[in-house]
Design a protein around this ligand. Structure first.
Ligand SMILES: Nc1ncnc2c1ncn2[C@@H]1O[C@H](COP(=O)(O)OP(=O)(O)OP(=O)(O)O)[C@@H](O)[C@H]1O
Ligand SMILES: [Mg+2]
Length: 352
């Protein structure tokens, strides 16, 4: 794991100061209250119960991207303290902040040991304002194991005045002693029904005309990642232009998402099944010129072969292994052209 972090999903800009229309839709439609968070009933019910008793444990939120983890903690702290007190009671650090061991020792520890500020009378009437602060470590799986270790004592020593909330995608990257100090909340990929109603609500509010199957395709492509779904909808809407009365179509969505057209996948599979090496070489060269990503192709080949009734179990097993192998090599940064070629030649040698 690295100490420098490149890809934070939520940069530290004060989005609340931006005008509504300038915000990307994912921010504009970020759930503001716990009740607005869709499809995470279990986590939300438990959190609301703790909210009413105002006695929070240390927490660990984990689950795939775009499922509402960051939104939930932001909503929770707002409901606990109100917008004003939040500023002095909550410290939020995400992957765009330096969070190596020295920061954990200094910044986090200094904040953790501060006594809690007094809420105003007004806040006390409207919010529970429990007598502790909250430290949110978003994207905690990108913290080094050393930095995580350094947190252990801090969490225990200051637990009378501070609660921690760790958020991550991969719970296995949180060291055991930290994980065992926290109540765990699992966030699931959004199911189609909830995701669809949320997406349509946004489309209606933004007055975007769409075809029904385009919405289905958006959800299929984003497979439970609501951030991806909303971003795709916004790109499609932008491309239409707002005066244009045409509707967003499934085909446009696929193109925007960089998917290989179904026809091309079909053609590729046919050429592979004939097993002529020269044809495969030519086809791959043409394919690469179009600039589609190799990983996308792998996913689509997976979607093509595995659910199909045309192929037997033995064939599918071998194809899965080949796809897995190519995927692992690609994520190590090998040459895409060679990998696709190698994969297709190998598939052509597996008999159906
Ligand atoms: N459960 C949900 N209900 C409603 N909207 C959601 C939900 N999950 C995600 N979204 C939408 O997706 C955007 C991103 O969500 P959020 O930042 O909470 O995801 P995350 O779980 O923290 O993802 P990551 O693991 O990538 O940080 C939100 O602004 C919101 O628009
Ligand atoms: Mg997040």
């Amino acid at each position: 794991m690295f100490e420098g972090f490149g890809g934070s999903k939520r940069r530290k800009v004060n989005l609340e100061d931006e005008p509504e229309h300038a915000k990307p839709w994912v921010e504009k439609y970020r759930p503001r209250k716990l009740d607005d968070v869709a499809a995470q009933e279990h986590a939300i019910t438990v959190l609301k119960r703790t909210l009413s008793s105002a006695n929070l444990p240390h927490m660990l939120f984990y689950g795939p991207p775009g499922t509402g983890k960051t939104s939930t903690i932001l909503a929770l702290t707002k409901e606990l303290y109100g917008p004003e007190l939040c500023k002095s009671r909550v410290l939020e650090l995400n992957a765009s902040d330096e969070r190596g061991i020295s920061i954990v020792r200094e910044k986090v520890k200094n904040f953790a040991r501060l006594t809690v500020s007094k809420p105003s009378k007004d806040d006390l009437e409207r919010y529970p304002c429990p007598p502790y602060k909250i430290i949110v470590l978003d994207e905690a799986d990108s913290m080094t194991a050393d930095a995580q270790s350094a947190l252990r004592r801090t969490m225990e020593t200051y637990s009378t005045v501070t609660r921690f909330c760790l958020i991550c995608n991969y719970v296995t990257r949180i060291i055991d002693p930290l994980a065992s100090r926290c109540s765990k909340f699992r966030f699931k990929s959004l199911d189609e029904v909830n995701a669809m109603s949320r997406l349509k609500e946004i489309a209606q509010k933004e007055a975007v005309p769409y075809q029904e199957d385009a919405m289905h395709r958006i959800l299929e492509i984003s497979s439970g990642d609501m951030r991806k779904a909303i971003t795709l909808l916004q790109s499609a809407a932008k491309r239409l232009g707002f005066e244009n009365l045409e509707k967003i179509t499934a085909q446009e969505v696929e193109e925007l998402a960089g998917l290989v057209p179904a026809l091309v996948v079909q053609e590729m599979v046919e050429i592979v099944s004939k097993g002529n090496i020269n044809d495969i070489i030519d086809y791959v060269s043409e394919f690469v010129k179009n600039g589609w990503s190799a990983v996308t192709l792998l996913n689509q080949l997976h979607e093509y072969y595995i659910p199909s009734d045309e192929y037997g179990t033995e064939f599918k097993n071998r194809i899965s292994l080949l796809l897995f192998d190519a995927d692992a090599k690609l994520s190590n940064g090998t040459n895409e052209h060679l990998q696709i070629l190698n994969l297709l030649v190998q598939i052509s040698q597996v008999s159906t």
